[in-house]
Design a protein around this ligand. Sequence first.
Ligand code: NAG
Ligand code: NAG
Length: 358
Amino acid sequence: MLHFLSHSLVATAALLATAALAATTARPASRAEDAKAGYLLTTFPVQDEAVYMRLSNGNDAHSWRALSLNGRQDILRSDISTEGVRDTFVVPSQDGSQFWLTGTDLNVNAHEGDFNASTRFGSRSMLLWTSPDLVNWKGPSLTPALVNASAGNVWAPEAYYDPLVKAYVVVFASRFWSDKDKDRTGPVPNNVLMYVTTQDFKSFSPAKTYFNPGYPVIDATFLPMPEEGANVWYRWVKSEVDFKVFQQRSTNGILGKWTNVGGAPDSTRIEFASQYSNNEGPLIFRDNVDRRKFHLWIDENTLNTYIPATATTLNDMAAWKADSRDGFPQHIKHGKVLAVNQRQYDAILAKYQVVNGA
Ligand SMILES: *[C@@H]1O[C@H](CO)[C@@H](O)[C@H](O)[C@H]1NC(C)=O
Ligand SMILES: *[C@@H]1O[C@H](CO)[C@@H](O)[C@H](O)[C@H]1NC(C)=O
């Protein structure tokens, strides 16, 4: 009897131990799936306005392989409106169910690289693709016009969910033409940063001015920094006067009050790529492994590709140090780097081929 009882106790204990083991192994497994495994880059080469993608080699933000599908590296093309797409951005939905890929509806190559026509009577909509998994994409579709008919362009839209606004805020650059210049043959007005809000990327609020410092600005990109406070954000903006990028901080959300980082004077610029002409299209992301390290890439018109830099503080525009471009891709222009987890990384590799050295 005693022997029998102790035997069943041992059995029960063994069962409990198995259950406990199952419980403890289940959690690390899902944590491992969520752990960041690399980065996905959406970009375009200057001569082809389509969506090209690259996947990093693991968590190395300086080592990338081009993705290809059926022997083609132009993963997504626009066959609507201008039939060109530039300046892509990827927005995860708040509920985790999907991603939106946004892009400028612009085909400068159709005008022999001339932006002149595209800014006078250019597209007032943005392009959209959707995906449940960063692997399979549907689109493109064209949003309704985001700005009124006085606008000549909608450039480089990027969208972020801001909890203070309780909506996605879409920021982009537009020029507004005077009614007095009906044919829009006169001098170009300043680009100003505009914004609209949306819940679903189908309907959008009327456009409002986002940032108009009195000189032309384009290409705003943003990074939330929750460790510094719930509503702390950083932003990078291109001046179209000196063709360089500057960096600012807000403690009250995207629509809050912005000041230059480190109390810098208004003329301060990020200089790590200033030996190249026309710094623009800044792209910012945090390192997957060292969360205190930040990556800022600047697109420039000399080599027509991104110059990468890193810093371990966001409070100083001078902290950015250019990284070596040995082994770093060429022909990658204005786009987005998104951290991906192991599940997403593996799913991308399961569908796309990789092109080494491209
Ligand atoms: C279009 O919107 C811009 C920016 O908000 C504004 O300055 C302009 O007056 C508007 N034009 C018309 C015709 O409503
Ligand atoms: C730009 O386009 C306008 C309107 O078509 C034209 O009048 C002007 O000459 C063009 N400017 C250049 C530099 O091509």
